[in-house]
Design a protein around this ligand. Sequence first.
Ligand SMILES: *[C@@H]1O[C@H](CO)[C@@H](O)[C@H](O)[C@H]1NC(C)=O
Ligand SMILES: *[C@@H]1O[C@H](CO)[C@@H](O)[C@H](O)[C@H]1NC(C)=O
Ligand SMILES: *[C@@H]1O[C@H](CO)[C@@H](O)[C@H](O)[C@H]1NC(C)=O
Length: 457
Amino acid sequence: MKIINIVFLFLVVVGLALSNPHHHNTWVNQDVQRSIDLTTQLSKQILSVKAKSLVDNNKNYQISFDNTYHVSVQAFDDKNNELKVHLSPNSINIKEGFNTFDIELNNKYKINEVLSLKLKVTLMSQMKPYPVEIKQGQTQLVLYNDNHYFTSPYKTETQKTTVKLASGKVESFSEIKPSSLKTNTIVYGPFSNVEAFTVSPMRIHFENSAHFMVLTQLKKEYEVSHWGNLAVETSYYLENQGAHLKGPFSRLDYQRNPGANPSHISEINEAVPLSAADFYYRDSIGNISTSVYQYQSNRINFKITPRFPLMGGWKNNFYTGYNLPIQNFLSVDSADGSYHLNVTFGVGIDNIYVEDHQVKIILPEGATDIKVKSPFPVTETREIRKTYLDTVGRPVIVLNVRDTSFENYRYIQVTYNLSSLSIFHEPLLVIGAVFTFCLFIMFYSRFDLSINKSKVN
Ligand SMILES: *[C@@H]1O[C@H](CO)[C@@H](O)[C@H](O)[C@H]1NC(C)=O
Ligand SMILES: *[C@@H]1O[C@H](CO)[C@@H](O)[C@H](O)[C@H]1NC(C)=O
Ligand SMILES: *[C@@H]1O[C@H](CO)[C@@H](O)[C@H](O)[C@H]1NC(C)=O
């Protein structure tokens, strides 16, 4: 009986040891410099990390965030090569309450070798209007929450954080020694020897009139035609997530002094490719003709002016579209004849936050060997869409991702094969139909099917 108990205990201990293979002592952060930009609705952070490997063959570096944060991470090595970042498969086991990301390094690091990393981190909806309601004409105050320390699964020897605010009007900020506020910049640290996963809540309450422009849903559709056109249509579900408007909205006051409410949204500026043409812009009521497009040196600024200004808490949805010449976005691989489509993932709107992001790419009928290359993880599904003259339907790639910001500016690539016969499928169908019709007319006019004629004769 006793022996069985001991054996059982032994198995439990071994089991526990095996089920926890995450050694957080693979790196030690020697120095971390973090700079946080809070001049918009986003928290844009740039981190310089120097870390020493504590083991051999080390090719994975991890970074963690409180799992209530909406976050996107980009990592670069010291030669500015972008590294692959993804949520660690055993993120939940590493530390409860945190999301841990794996950064795949390009080299294997030896023991005591030092890694230099640059991380670009964007926290979305981390800043909240506070108070949550303001009257028309009042300025917006926000409350920002973060960690005074760099959240890491490793120990950090020295670190410092600099926070740049949208204004010098600071109601309050969490003080920890050492910290200081000068005009619109708060410096936290330097701190030394902070253990892994140490959290000390940072709170900054300050004035920020930036637009809290959120697309609760974004749907972008590309339709590829090998006859020269790439049609782009975008549906926007826009919400001003800034401080809600308290009391009535006075259009008179607004028109007299639009600048008095800096956090409202009166127009949206989207960068679209220089070769775009045939713009349209509609909402649920119909055509809107107030949109303009301004040619700039390397892009067109598509200025979308909704029917009414969006005050805090207000929503609007509308859609726009334009055409692009396909040859600027589609190329042919001379080696194997495959096609490469290279298009942007989202909308070219600065400092946007997209909650639910969907991109659809409609390929020509008959496209095969379809592959998608995305610089960040996306969920991919397929559909078939039938339009006029389609027989089997067009393959549609559906990409979904949540919480994007800078990702909107990134490019995705789609590779596929299409036989030249498929390209002529539709014209051949039309020609075939016309030909059949002519044949029909030809025969019809030759055969006299009337009954009356012979009787007359
Ligand atoms: C929208 O406006 C354009 C140009 O002003 C016009 O050609 C088009 O027919 C209009 N569409 C609708 C649905 O009213
Ligand atoms: C996609 O297009 C962009 C902009 O033209 C370009 O910078 C990028 O290198 C292209 N990517 C690929 C893989 O062709
Ligand atoms: C396209 O077809 C060629 C030749 O059949 C083949 O070598 C190539 O791998 C295909 N491309 C893709 C993306 O599968």
